[in-house]
Design a protein around this ligand. Sequence first.
Ligand code: GUN
Length: 287
Amino acid sequence: MARIIDGKQMAEALLAQVGTGIAERLARGQHAPALAVILVGDDPASSIYVGRKLRACAKVGITSRQYRLDRAVSQAELCDLIDRLNADPDTHGILVQLPLPAQIDANAILDRIVPAKDVDGFHPVNVGRLSTGKGQGLVPCTPLGCMMLLDSVITQFRGRDAVVIGKSNIVGKPMALLLLERECTVTVTHIATQDLPGIVRKADIVVAAAGHAGLVRGDWVKPGAVVIDVGINRIALPDGTTRIVGDVCSDEIAHARAYTPVPGGVGPMTVACLMANTLAAAQDLDR
Ligand code: GUN
């Protein structure tokens, strides 16, 4: 039977480690790390994700400040807020929850955050550092968490075939770069990919980040492969209730070596990695 990789337990361990790092800062007389979280509008999913991030901050001892802005906020107002947070020595991390409303140029907003406070790792400077493999930048939280989950079951990445399903800036592209850095042979697939099943069948490592419920079928997965399911999809059930499922038909992959469940796999690790990035940003800013 495939091993289930317990993301919740791994996230708890990482949060405990971050908590220890913060306690050591305080013992040295330094401030607790402070994270500013900007939420624009009232998208229910975004509100849930931000709530989880703020609760994790409270748990590990990160000071959090939430900025809830009206959905009609202007580009200039949002830029002004980021400029203020960039200049504020008591703010170590800045996170703008995505997606942003249509009137906002999201790339321009992400570019405005100083790279040292960009705990999401979305600024072009951090993206560039990741792509050159120099390892000095902040790495996007979800792919970072996926690598930690993979590290818990894989000792040898070198030479393995990996497929990343989805080419988003948040998950697919940075994930591919992290796997490439470990010397996997990486294929990134997307909406226009021909023969997705054929590509997945060759892969030793499958990272599914398409946002499509049950896209990856059991007979696509090679026996012994490790499967990381990044999908968080709400589906309607015949009885009128809803359920959260991933991108992988997890009940069909008993022949895999290991896989992450949804919920309880990648999601908790994303939040824990945000805490780790915020502590890392505070340590670097204080240097
Ligand atoms: N929206 C969906 N995922 C993310 C994420 O990792 N960071 C931010 N800021 N917004 C998101």
